[in-house]
Design a binder for this molecule. Structure first.
Ligand code: F6P
Length: 337
């Protein structure tokens, strides 16, 4: 009988619990035992073993975070650490490992494959949506909803006080959350890593000044992707305040975007991918990510999920650029499919 292990790894994402449930319940129906290791790869190495049974899965899907816990574990890049993990998996008689996580976790999976003979299946779980080979990752839709709701709240006070806000959203090096949050919250401007060339301070300042003249009684919201502006959102707000003479308020949304109950879209996606992961194991697949492309479940070689950039949809970038009424000099997006 097969024994499958599951880990959640890297930044947690709403929907990870629903995915674990789908794996456990699908495997159970096939007579396969599922076990977990808490805190991702670290848990395999440190033997943080946890049996998983359908009885324990009834109340997990609606919860954010991951009940299996997660961790960043850079030590896993070391050969000895990966070898230790391989030994632990063999000691527990595991024949397949499911890794729910993002690009760092999949790099870890590809590394482990050099030292472990079992099947390895990745499931895309990250709020950043930055994995190539899948249209969407578990947690992204909820994170966008959360960001949008937070920005809506800022909008109300900003509108009441006719203020300018620079709101920083997550995404690591990718602008998916920024773009979707900007469109859905009807932002006046956005600054995303994929914009080439990047908007410059004088252009932003000019736009704000023009908006103040045209709409002196209104709010103005800029969405800024994290890790982009030197010194971050506070530095940008300060520079814009100096350049415009209008107080620009900095508002980083931070980890609020990662928590919270998964929305229906994320739960359904997570369950679909979890179930498909067990089918893939039964069919003998390995070293692949289970993704969703054009509504179809697909298997993508793990390295192709992190070796390629995933571009933003140009039609959505143009939608926001057309609607925000702000004339940044460039409307181009990086073309690096
Ligand atoms: O990968 C998810 C993510 O939330 C990114 O958007 C963000 O840059 C990063 O994780 C933050 O990581 P940590 O919680 O380890 O600081």
């Amino acid at each position: 009988m097969k024994r499958i292990a599951v880990i959640t790894s890297g930044g947690d994402a709403p929907g990870m619990n629903a995915c674990i449930r789908a794996i456990v319940n699908t495997a159970y129906q096939e007579g396969i035992e599922v076990v977990g290791f808490r805190h991702g790869y670290r848990g395999i190495v440190d033997n943080l073993f946890q049996p998983l049974h359908p009885d324990d899965m009834r109340l997990v899907s609606q919860r954010g975070g991951t009940f299996l816990k997660s961790a960043r574990y850079p030590e896993f890049r070391e050969v000895e650490t990966a070898q230790k993990a391989a030994t632990q998996l063999n000691n527990h008689d595991i024949s397949a490992l499911v890794v729910i996580g993002g690009d760092g976790s999949f790099r870890g999976a590809a590394h482990l494959a050099n030292y472990w003979q079992g099947q390895i299946i990745g499931i895309p779980g990250t709020i950043d949506n930055d994995l190539a080979g899948t249209d969407i990752t578990i947690g992204f839709a909820t994170a966008v909803d959360t960001a949008m709701e937070a920005i809506d709240r800022v909008r109300e006070t900003a509108e009441a006080m006719a203020r300018v806000f620079i709101i920083e959203v997550m995404g690591r090096q990718a602008g998916f959350i920024g773009l979707h949050a900007a469109i859905s919250s009807a932002a006046e401007a956005m600054i995303l890593p994929e914009m080439d060339p990047q908007p410059k301070l004088p252009e932003l300042a000019d736009n704000i000044k023009q908006a103040r003249v045209a709409f002196p009684d209104s709010s103005y919201i800029v969405i800024l992707s994290e890790n982009l502006w030197p010194g971050g959102v506070h530095a940008l707000a300060e520079s814009l305040t100096k350049a415009t003479g209008v107080t620009c308020h900095a508002c980083p949304l931070g980890h609020i975007q990662r928590g919270g109950r998964p929305n229906a879209q994320d739960r359904i996606l997570a369950m679909q991918l979890g179930q498909a992961a067990v089918s893939a194991i039964l069919e003998g697949s390995s070293d692949v990510m289970i993704g969703l492309e054009n509504e179809h479940v697909v298997e993508v070689p793990l390295h192709l999920t992190f070796d390629r950039d995933k571009p933003l949809a140009p039609r959505l970038v143009n939608l926001q650029l057309g609607l925000q009424g702000v004339n940044f000099t460039s409307k181009k997006v990086r073309k690096n499919a």
